[in-house]
Design a protein around this ligand. Structure first.
Ligand SMILES: [Zn+2]
Length: 289
């Protein structure tokens, strides 16, 4: 697989707005018509552009000194693990559902969501959940691994965090499109979520400029899923495992292989063509107060 290049300016613009919102808390004024001005993270970096971890976080008691609500963030979560181990009654019940649900990963409880195509699909990225998810990983890395994070590294990691969620939701969009292409396709919750996570992890691996330890440690925490379905992504960690499983999930007629058509490059290019040119609207959403 290779690095993807989303050919949609709207999504590229949203990524930058969201990155600044997550890292500096900018652009929160009048969100959802609340009309309140919320403080930005002005004192979070010192004069050398380094994150002031001791000022922000009590590493001994594992506690953020501030209150997220003060910054206009009303996420119910307090730690990234809340998103990786979701106790959702509906998800834990075995529903013999072979149709794609209308909404995948509802955004109030998840980092992002995907709503199936009516005219267009909708990818929603939850700024509040992403902010809590992101900073709680950074705090943990700064406390336990003693990383010193500069403004630049923080911005890089925040972008990776957004892309992680975006690629996950775009995989659902790929399946949505595919379900119209191949009639025999049957949605399966466990496979769908495992594959969405694996796809996200493979694609995000091409994004980081540096192969440095703080990036791989960040990924290790950000992908430490415990929820049913999601956690199975580790079975599809490599390109080949991922694509082979995708071929079987997509229900491509095996006769095609017998005729000498190689499926791996075919399926890979189908995936890229949809993820790079998605028929979606993308928006930023917030948690209700
Ligand atoms: Zn999902």
């Amino acid at each position: 697989m290779k690095k993807i290049n989303i050919r949609m300016k709207e999504i590229e613009d949203i990524k930058k707005i969201l990155r600044d919102l997550i890292v500096y808390n900018t652009g929160r004024n009048n969100q959802l018509g609340r009309g309140t001005t919320y403080p930005k993270f002005e004192n979070w970096f010192d004069e050398k552009e380094k994150l002031k971890i001791d000022y922000l976080f009590d590493c001994v008691n594992n506690r953020f000194y501030d209150d997220w609500g003060k910054f206009g963030n009303f996420s119910k979560a307090r730690n990234f693990r809340d998103f990786l181990n979701i106790e959702n009654e509906f998800l834990n019940r075995d529903v013999p559902n072979t149709q794609l649900p209308f909404i995948l990963d509802d955004h109030e409880n998840y980092l992002g969501s995907y709503r199936r195509m009516n005219s267009k699909g909708i990818v929603s990225l939850n700024a509040d959940n992403l902010q809590v998810f992101f900073w709680s990983i950074v705090f943990e890395l700064a406390c336990k691994q003693r990383y010193i994070f500069t403004r630049e590294k923080i911005e890089e990691l925040a972008m990776l965090c957004i892309e992680k969620t975006l690629y996950h939701e775009l995989f659902h969009h790929f399946t949505d499109v595919h379900s119209y292409v191949v009639y025999a396709f049957r949605y399966d919750y466990v496979t769908e979520e495992a594959m969405a996570v694996a796809c996200s992890r493979l694609l995000v691996g091409f994004e980081s400029k540096s192969n440095q330890a703080y990036v791989s440690d960040f990924y290790d925490l950000a992908y430490s899923y415990k929820s049913r379905g999601y956690r199975d992504w580790i079975n599809f960690k490599s390109d080949e495992q991922f694509l082979l499983n995708l071929i079987s999930y997509m229900k491509i007629d095996p006769v095609l292989t017998q005729m000498g058509q190689e499926l791996l490059p075919l399926v890979e290019s189908m995936l890229y063509s949809i993820i790079e040119n998605p028929n979606v609207r993308c928006n930023i959403v917030f948690c209700q107060k």
